[in-house]
Design a protein around this ligand. Sequence first.
Ligand code: ADP
Length: 446
Amino acid sequence: MNYKWSRYLRMILLFLAAAFLAGLVVGYPLEGLLAGLLVYLAWTLAQARKLYRWLSNPGAGQEAPESIGLWGDIFDGLHKLHRGHLATQDRLLSQFNRIQESTNAMRDGVVMTDANGVLEWWNDSAEYLLGLKRRTDRGQPIQNLIRAPAFKRYFSQRDYRDPLEMNSPARPHLHLHIQISLFGEDERLIVVKDVTRLFQLEQMRRDFVSNVSHEMRTPLTVISGYLETMVESADELPARWRRALNTMAQQSTRMEALITDLLMLSKLETGEQHGPETVVDIQALCRQICNDARALSGDSGHQFQLDIGERHYLRGDEDQLRSAFSNLVFNAVKYTPAGGRISIHWSTNRDGAHLSVKDTGIGIDPVHIPRLTERFYRADPSRHKETGGTGLGLAIVKHVLLNHDGTLEIRSEIGGGSEFICHFPRIRLAEPVPAEVSAPEIGDEM
Ligand code: ADP
């Protein structure tokens, strides 16, 4: 480069020297030099003009201008740069087209929005699943186009750990699974899956369980009724028949409990069980449950402690809450050896309200805890005959809490007792209905 530059400089100097010499020959050396400088300036301006015209429209297909010397090299360099630039542009464009083709071939819908939720790009499947229109919807806020309140709520919250399930706004027969991820500066990538088939299968499973339970209930009631009558007059029967009858009566009671729980669970899942939401007095509810638990404990000598904090009114479905809390308290009785302590504690704080059911019972190995709320999951399958449980109690608790925007926390260790805590959000706390106001009791020993 340095070599070339000194060559250009030499050429210019030679040209100016020639102009000076020519002037000297005719007796006007300075004028000759000046004329040389002017010629050089005019030529330079002409080259600059060529460059300017090319630069103002380099994409018009013309080659870069041609010249000699320094300008020739500048034009060649620019030409190469321009060609390289065009090649990179072509490569990027073809890559972009490929990405677009592959995302368009995807069965899942993909949508990109900017930080304000304005639609930037989406693929063909998103167009089909969400009903977006390429011609009119670009640049529109997505919340103006997908107006389902559940979507609006999900989109504006910034916690996207759980997906959203909803019906398609454009094709209501489709059931969608929507997951949002944040990227860049608060931009959102929305992935939409069509889970209609899975949803229908799940629906069929629920209907099947619910229908079978319904169908079995009537014959079972008849069988239990006859068995009960026969057990009552068992004294008249031979001893071996008496034992058989007692076992049959016990098993039919278990089956009835199982069917009641299955029906309850399927109603909770389908939302059928949703009674009217009222202001529930948790203190009165826990007192009743505690009394029932004492009856269940019988002669086992369990000690019960009821400690209900001041704000003890919750907005919810009383029957569902009774079912959930009594499952927890009855479990505590079932899994705590005679003489053990069972405490029920209700408290409120900034996060909401919390109902804890704590026992000094056999405890649970922590490896089982994540799966305890699954249907029929038992930490110790060998014991379930003894306890007579259905294996559905905690699944019911989980569904009731889901219906009340709550969560279940389980703390336990083998031999160290267990604690089941129901957490409810603050918005669920309510003020007592005036007629029902009663002085709260704290530290109530039973
Ligand atoms: P089950 O009818 O068998 O009690 P649940 O769904 O109520 O069914 O409980 C599931 C399993 O969780 C039980 O089988 C038991 O192993 C365990 N479990 C529940 N509550 C307790 C408790 N308080 N102490 C120890 N284990 C418990």
